[in-house]
Design a protein around this ligand. Structure first.
Ligand code: C2E
Ligand code: CA
Ligand code: CA
Length: 606
């Protein structure tokens, strides 16, 4: 089959002009009727699919094509198209690509398939998919033929989809995927040219509070404003993206020194505290930032991002600075953290985590009024470990929950056996974390546990620390209220250290205020702390709470606190936390004696 017959078999003959369909139909004879119908249908398809067939006669250098080819070029149907006119639609680098493909087809008979930009004779820019094959006669290529399809719309759709897939819808910044792509490119360029670059992770501080207190629209407004601030603080060639939530990432362009990289970030580094206006309110926002510099802090984007993240984690944990650059020990600290987490999980399973009990005493009579259960790790090699040794676990929700379940089980089981032995142990305080209180079924599971041990709800005190602003969290408030209404007492722990304790006092349902030991330890020497404790006790009493002072280490503090009106206290003066087995003795001594020396001498400390 000749190339011409291939081109023309399915389409209107090139150069024949477009006859009206009706006229054409009339002159069809019966014998070629079917062929003609097929031909017409093909012309419809051609038109709908914007696909045309072409043929380049290598001997004459002339191109012929179906009607769609003329439409694509924007030429009158039948115009003579020589080779120059044919290739004039392909400009710049595209021409070189085409020349090579055509050359290969002529020389080696290799077919081609290109999707390239195309310019019509009137200068309109399109995208086409160009397929070509060679017709070889006696070893010589005589014709090139193929199809061209106008793929502009499909291409635009793809581009739009790609843009959407790479854009963060809220802020309009590049998203995580786009960040990966661009950052990889930037770092590759830096590697090739011996340049320095920074990958920075920027995180909003206390963003959740903005969302919780002012609503999600205010939160969205802050995110958009931060995005804008980051973008305008940097030259446009740097890339700012939103990784998700309140986390943003920056990758800077290549610079010839670390100092130059820092200069680029200068504006951001100098103003990590921002304020934004929203509906007549001023919202203060601060950001924390972790930085990793290429090539010193990492050799690829993945490592740089991980290290910038570790630096950010260090900033947040430290709470003093706003910005830190990665340092190798951060990696070690991270590995240690991970190890502690997995070992702690295992320790819970192995029954190595047990409650010790610290007495809470009446400051006047020195009688034990209850105990606070404190977690201790009976480590097989290291001995009894205090929470300071596993403090990392308190930042991990699931492990906190596992610890809480384990502690409650053991506490209620201890209480059950004391009860069976006739020990009047009064109440036991049990520390809970935010992660636990955020569970919808927390209150119910605590109540179930107490009941299944045959105890009274009023035997338990739940202690929680209001230092992370969760007082406005509905679930937390509901869980606490549910416990209280069932008779469990609720204590606000470490009172005075929470950033907004006072404002939350009215909203939170609790009975006991525990004044943090940081105020107590130098109460005798610090007039400020004395004034604070005095104010806290007065306020607490006025609001009807029972007051417990923590960390009493000497009798001077005890006297002072008692005179200020504080009812009860706990501290090393009386006893450290003791193992469960020692509790009955401790209670008996307290009941039988009135003087502190006889009550508390001989108590084992742990
Ligand atoms: P906290 O609830 O404020 O517990 C009181 C801490 O003060 C205990 O430290 C206790 O040993 C210590 N302490 C008591 N009296 C004195 C004193 O006179 N002087 C000094 N310097 N310290 C005193 P510990 O046992 O190391 O616990 C530290 C924190 O770990 C606790 O603070 C609590 O927030 C947390 N924690 C302990 N056990 C648990 C638990 O079972 N669950 C949860 N979620 N947290 C726990
Ligand atoms: Ca406590
Ligand atoms: Ca406390």
């Amino acid at each position: 089959m000749s190339s011409n017959s291939q081109v023309n078999s399915g389409v209107t003959k090139p150069g024949s002009g477009e006859l009206a369909e009706q006229d054409m139909m009339k002159c069809f004879t019966e014998t070629n009727r079917e062929l003609k119908i097929t031909e017409t249908l093909f012309s419809h398809i051609e038109r709908l699919a914007k696909i045309g067939a072409w043929n380049l006669d290598l001997v004459t250098g002339m191109m012929t094509g179906s009607n769609e080819i003329y439409r694509l070029y924007e030429l009158p149907i039948g115009t003579k198209i020589d080779r120059d006119l044919a290739v004039s639609a392909y400009r710049g680098a595209t021409r070189a690509t085409l020349d090579k493909a055509v050359g290969d087809a002529i020389k080696h008979g290799r077919p081609f398939d290109l999707t390239v930009p195309f310019v019509t004779v009137s200068g309109r820019e399109r995208w086409v998919r160009l397929l070509g094959s060679a017709e070889i006669d006696k070893g010589i290529t005589v014709n090139l033929f193929g199809t061209i399809q106008d793929v502009t719309e499909e291409r635009e759709r793809q581009e739009e989809m790609r843009r959407l897939a790479l854009t963060d819808q809220l802020t309009g910044l590049a998203n995580r995927y786009a960040f990966q792509e661009t950052a990889n490119e930037q770092i590759r360029t830096c590697r090739d040219n011996g340049l320095f670059s920074a990958v920075c992770i920027v995180d909003l501080n206390r963003f959740k509070e903005i969302n919780d207190h002012l609503g999600h629209e205010a939160g969205d407004h802050v995110l958009k404003s931060i995005a804008q601030w980051l973008e305008t603080s940097l030259d446009t060639a740097n890339m700012v993206s939103r990784l998700g939530g309140d986390e943003f990432a920056i990758v800077t362009t290549g610079k010839d020194s670390v100092e130059a990289v820092y200069r680029e970030l200068e504006t951001i580094l100098a103003s990590t505290e921002q304020t934004f206006e929203y509906q007549g309110r001023t919202i203060p926002v601060s950001v924390s930032m972790g930085i990793a510099i290429f090539p010193e802090d990492g050799s690829d984007v993945q490592q740089l991002t991980k290290h910038a993240d570790l630096a950010l984690y260090a900033v947040k944990a430290e709470g003093k600075r706003r910005v830190r650059r990665f340092e190798a020990p951060m990696s070690i600290a991270f590995t240690r953290r991970i190890t502690v987490l997995s070992e702690f999980r295992r320790a819970i399973e192995n029954g190595e985590i047990v409650p010790y009990y610290q007495p809470v005493v009446d400051l006047k009579t020195e009688r034990v009024s209850g105990f606070e259960a404190l977690a201790r790790w009976n480590h097989p090699e290291k001995g009894v470990l205090l929470p300071g040794a596993f403090s990392d676990i308190f930042e991990n929700g699931p492990i906190c929950e596992a610890l809480g379940r384990n502690m409650l089980k053991r506490i209620t089981s201890d209480m059950k056996s004391w009860k069976a032995d006739g020990i009047d142990f009064v109440r036991i305080g049990f520390n809970v974390e935010k992660a636990e209180l955020k569970q919808d079924d927390f209150a119910q599971s605590v109540l179930d546990e107490i009941e299944s041990a045959g105890l009274d709800h009023c035997n338990l005190i739940v202690e929680f620390t209001e230092n992370s602003g969760f007082g406005d969290d509905r679930t937390v408030v509901e869980q606490l209220a549910r416990l209280r209404s069932a008779g469990v007492r609720v204590a606000l722990d470490d009172f005075g250290t929470g950033f907004s304790s006072l404002t939350h006092l009215q909203k939170l349902p609790f009975d006991i205020l525990k004044i943090d030991r940081s105020f107590i330890h130098d109460i005798s020497n610090s007039p400020t702390n004395l004034a604070i404790v005095k104010a806290l006790v007065t306020l607490g009493k006025e609001l009807g709470y029972s007051i417990v002072a923590e960390g009493i280490e000497n009798s001077q503090q005890q006297d002072l606190l008692w005179r200020l009106g504080c009812d009860r206290g706990q501290g090393f003066l009386f006893s450290k936390a003791i193992p469960a087995a020692e509790l009955p003795d401790c209670v008996r001594r307290s009941v039988n004696s009135k003087s502190s020396s006889s009550t508390w001498s001989g108590v084992t400390a742990a």
